[in-house]
Design a protein. Structure first.
Length: 562
């Protein structure tokens, strides 16, 4: 029997938390077959909207209707460490019944448990293999899986149910490059209705349309993928900017005409008074003429005032169409590092995880020299974070040699570098204690903290503001860092914050070492060198000429070989 066409439909749907805090209001949307990317700043309610669609929450007003079988993958899966793969996939009882029947037990209950799912093992194996979990047996527990494997397993559970509608919330957050490619394959082949909230531009580039949930709580739909969305927004802003300039000119014109009209009226009134005295007009007649003149001036002033008010209202409305320009414009000349300077050197550095040599039998051989921009790529568990810790000086090798010629700084993934109880300015003062306050304010202005905003407590900052404050303390610190380390820096950032991070790194003149699976981000920050790590398979391999696509392909081949 044919299934009805899958549809997600919102009709004036509003949601507020029990304490009355509103999230969004009067959302109207209809989505049928096709791929839709949901974007918006952190805190605008994207996850809340997905939970409403999935039926986990109910709208405060309006309606949310779903036609078809829906599969929902949240950001964090509520799984217990002891749960098995079969249990998560929802096939544990079916597999147990199959085993009993194969063992010769013909009990009716077992046949009822199997139902029509006699091919469940084959279907399960196919789905797991498709998502890179072919070696994960049904009895494995969550405790033995990585975060990326757990997320892939959650997706496998949905695909096994063959839903009509797939709703995914930040599905690539814990996935390495190869796992992301597998997810992209699922997305590319999806024929039902797909709704994905995320900031992965590679994923959003595979969408048919983009739905933007704005800070004003409104939902705007744009046709095309993420590149088309960015182009449409840029065109909107160009048109809005021109409309604002036109409205500003109209306001100036109306103010000038109003002033000119007042001055002309004053001159006419003064001339009229002189004529009445010169002609010997009676006091009563002069009063009547003056009242008539004042009424005429009042009517003219009223007309000009109305036109001015209308022009000012048009200006106010057009200004509301403009989005704030939150690009960072920085100059960081003090972070320059000479091209020939060696910042870090490892020769046969052996680091252990238990009894395993993370960088292979012969240890790590690596030199970071000059303003290199190094991308660390490789599957989860290959040692990327360990390598960053070694460069930072948090760990030392058990054998071999390491030389650290420059103090490295790390942008922490949780952005917990600052003291929440202190202001932005006071935090920066801790990192640059000898720099005058005036210069500190100038540096903070480059990170969009101008005027009294430098006194904002860090505890009150939004996620994007916290990122900018942290970057200010790292990049405008004293002494300037010539080696900056980043560990999955885009994982918890919205797209606007990612753009700001890219802007800050464009101004940074020192060396970068970045562990990331975000290919779009790596493509924007001018990577000059790729380091590919493979678990326990010898030294890090250096590819200074290769492109990320080639590195990703080789990584995938390495995983298949294992």
């Amino acid at each position: 029997m044919l299934r009805p066409q899958p549809v997600i439909r919102l009709d004036r749907a509003s949601f507020a938390w029990p304490d009355g805090t509103p999230v969004f209001a009067d959302l109207t949307l209809a989505l049928g077959p096709g791929r839709t990317g949901l974007v918006g700043a952190n805190g605008t309610g994207k996850s809340t909207l997905l939970r409403l669609i999935a039926g986990e929450l109910r709208p405060t007003s309006g309606t949310v209707d779903v036609e078809g079988v829906l599969g929902y993958l949240p950001q964090t899966l509520p799984l217990a460490a002891g749960q098995t793969v079969a249990g998560i996939l929802g096939v544990a009882s079916t597999l147990a019944a199959l085993r009993a029947i194969e063992g010769g037990d013909a009990g009716a209950a077992y046949f009822a448990a199997v139902g029509d799912d006699w091919d469940i093992e084959e279907r399960m194996a196919a789905v797991l293999d498709r998502l890179g979990l072919g070696e994960v047996g049904p009895e494995r527990t969550v405790a033995t899986l990585s975060g990326g494997q757990t997320m892939a397993l959650g997706l496998a559970a949905l695909l096994l149910r063959e839903p009509d509608i797939l709703v995914l919330d930040e599905p690539t957050n814990n996935l390495d490059l190869v796992a992301r490619e597998r997810l992209y394959g699922v997305v590319a082949g999806w024929r039902g209705c797909l709704l994905v909230a995320g900031h992965d531009r590679d994923l959003l580039g595979r969408m048919d349309r983009i739905a933007e949930l704005g800070a004003d709580g409104q939902l705007r739909l744009y046709g095309g993928n993420y590149d088309a969305y960015e182009a449409a927004v840029a065109a909107e802003q160009a048109a809005a900017g021109q409309a604002v300039r036109t409205a500003e000119l109209q306001v100036k014109r109306e103010r000038r005409e109003e002033q000119d009209a007042r001055e002309r009226a004053d001159r006419r009134a003064s001339a009229g008074r002189r004529r009445t005295f010169a002609t010997g007009m009676s006091k009563q007649a002069r009063g009547a003429m003056q009242r008539k003149a004042e009424e005429s001036v009042g009517r003219a002033a009223g007309q000009h005032g109305e036109r001015l008010a209308e022009a000012e209202e048009r200006l106010r409305r057009t200004e509301q169409r403009l989005r704030p320009d939150e690009r960072l414009r920085l100059e960081l000349p003090e972070t320059v590092v000479p091209a020939g300077r060696t910042l870090f050197e490892a020769d046969g550095a052996v680091v252990l995880r238990g009894a395993t040599r993370i960088f292979g039998a012969y240890g790590l051989v690596l030199t970071i020299r000059g303003p290199e921009r190094i991308a660390l790529v490789g599957p989860n568990g290959s040692g990327k974070t360990t390598l960053l810790s070694l460069i930072l000086g948090e760990i030392d090798p058990v054998s071999g040699r390491v030389r650290r010629a420059a103090a490295a700084r790390l942008l922490p993934q949780r952005l917990d570098l600052l003291d929440d109880a202190l202001s932005v300015l006071t935090n920066l003062r801790r990192f640059a204690p000898t720099v005058p306050d005036g210069e500190l304010r100038n540096r903070l202005a480059g990170f969009l903290f101008g005027g009294d905003r430098v006194h904002l407590p860090v505890a009150d900052l939004s996620g994007g503001e916290r990122l900018r404050a942290t970057l200010a303390c790292l990049l405008a610190a004293e002494p300037a860092s010539q080696l900056l380390l980043l560990d999955e820096p885009t994982n918890n950032l919205d797209l606007a914050s990612v753009r700001q991070l890219e802007g800050a790194l464009a101004a940074y003149r020192g060396a970068l070492v970045v562990a990331s699976h975000d290919r779009a981000f790596l493509g924007e920050i001018g990577i000059t060198c790729w380091l590919r790590l493979e678990p326990g398979r010898g030294p890090v391999t250096t590819d200074r000429a290769g492109a990320l696509g080639e590195v990703g392909r080789r990584e995938g081949e390495g995983n298949q070989a294992r």
